[in-house]
Ligand binder design. Structure first.
Ligand code: LIP
Length: 285
C-alpha cells in the first residue's frame, strides 16, 4: 500500500498543488478500480435502468461511487462531489470532485474491455465551460491502464508523458464517436455519422467517452466527437486530452459539453467543427 500523498496545503490557503491532487485522484481511482475489477469477476447484473431500458446501472456502479464519495470525504473534507449515480454535494472549499464510477457501463455489463473509472477535481462551479479542471485520473480496470493529468503539469499514461497525434488530413483521420440511449437521438446521430463516414479514414465506437478522450490524448485515435456527454463523462478525460495538446471544444464557439464535445489536434478539430455545424449535429433530439 503506497503512502497516501501529503495533501498539506502547499499553494494558497487550504489548497494542495495540482500535482498533489493528481496523486490523490489516481489513488482513489485505483481503489475504485480494484472494487470494479472484483465485481466484474464475481459476475454482473443490471440493478436498475435510467433514461431508457438500455441505460443501465449495476450494483458495482453504485458501490464504486459510494467508495469514492467516502474516500473523498475522508481525504478532502468540505470538497464538493458530483457523481453519475448519487446526490450532489456542494463545496465549502471551492473544489468539487466530478466522478464517473464506471464510464462504459454497457461494456462492463458485457465484460468488454472499454470501461473506466473517471475521477476529476475542479475549481469553481462544477459545470462544463465554467469549471477549471485541476487534476484527474482515468483508470481502465480491465487491464489496469492509468491515465493521469494535472493542469500545467502534463498528461501521462502509466506515468509516461503522452501527446496527441499530429493533425492529419480528414480523409486520413481515425475518428471516435458514441451514441446516446434515446432512439430518436440515435437516429439523428446515425444520420450525422453517415455524412462523415465517407470523409474520414474510419470510425471507432468504444462505448466509453472517457476512453475515447484519453485515446485521443494518447494519439491512438486522431479525433473524437459526441453529443450528449454528462459532466462526469467529460471532466477527467478532457483534462488528459488538453494537457496532451488536444483542443476540447463544443460547436459555434461554445465550450465542450452536452450539446457537443469535439477533441483532437487543433487543425483536425477545426475541420470537424465546420462539418458538424453544417450538419446541425448539436441540434435535434
Ligand atoms: C457512456 C458514454 C459513451 C456513450 C455511451 C454511454 P455510460 O456512458 O461514456 O460515450 O457513447 O452511450 O453513454 O452510460 O456508460 O456511463
Amino acid at each position: 500500500m503506497t503512502t497516501p500523498p501529503d495533501l498539506t496545503p502547499t499553494t494558497g490557503p487550504d489548497r494542495p498543488s495540482n500535482a498533489e491532487l493528481m496523486a490523490l485522484a489516481e489513488r482513489l481511482a485505483r481503489e475504485a478500480g480494484d472494487l470494479v475489477r472484483a465485481g466484474r469477476a464475481r459476475g454482473v447484473e443490471v440493478a436498475a435502468t435510467k433514461s431508457t431500458v438500455v441505460d443501465v446501472v449495476t450494483a458495482v456502479d453504485l458501490a464504486s461511487e459510494e467508495l469514492l464519495r467516502r474516500r473523498v470525504a475522508e481525504h478532502r473534507p468540505g470538497d464538493g462531489f458530483l457523481g453519475e449515480e448519487g446526490d450532489d454535494v456542494s463545496s465549502s472549499t471551492g473544489l468539487t470532485w466530478v466522478v464517473d464510477p464506471i464510464d462504459g457501463t454497457v461494456n462492463f455489463l458485457y465484460d468488454l474491455q472499454s470501461y473506466a473509472v473517471a475521477v476529476a477535481v475542479v475549481s469553481g462551479e462544477p459545470t462544463p465551460g465554467t469549471w477549471q479542471v485541476l487534476a484527474s485520473c482515468v483508470l481502465r480496470p480491465s487491464d489496469g491502464t492509468c491515465w493521469t493529468a494535472a493542469r500545467g503539469v502534463g498528461a501521462f499514461r502509466d506515468g509516461e508523458r503522452i501527446t496527441v497525434a499530429p493533425a492529419r488530413p480528414l480523409a486520413e483521420t481515425l475518428l471516435a464517436t458514441g451514441f446516446g440511449y434515446d432512439p430518436e437521438r440515435r437516429r439523428h446521430q446515425g444520420e450525422v455519422l453517415a455524412g462523415l463516414l465517407p470523409l474520414v479514414r474510419d470510425v471507432r465506437r468504444t462505448g466509453s467517452a472517457a476512453i475515447d478522450l484519453v485515446e485521443v490524448a494518447s494519439g491512438r485515435v486522431d479525433a473524437y466527437y459526441e453529443r450528449g456527454l454528462q459532466p462526469w463523462d467529460l471532466a477527467a478525460a478532457s483534462l488528459v486530452a488538453q494537457e496532451a495538446g488536444a483542443v476540447v471544444t463544443g460547436l459555434r464557439g461554445e465550450p465542450a459539453g452536452a450539446p457537443m464535445t469535439v477533441a483532437g489536434p487543433p487543425e483536425t478539430v477545426a475541420a470537424l467543427v465546420a462539418l458538424l455545424e453544417e450538419r446541425a449535429a448539436d441540434v435535434g433530439p
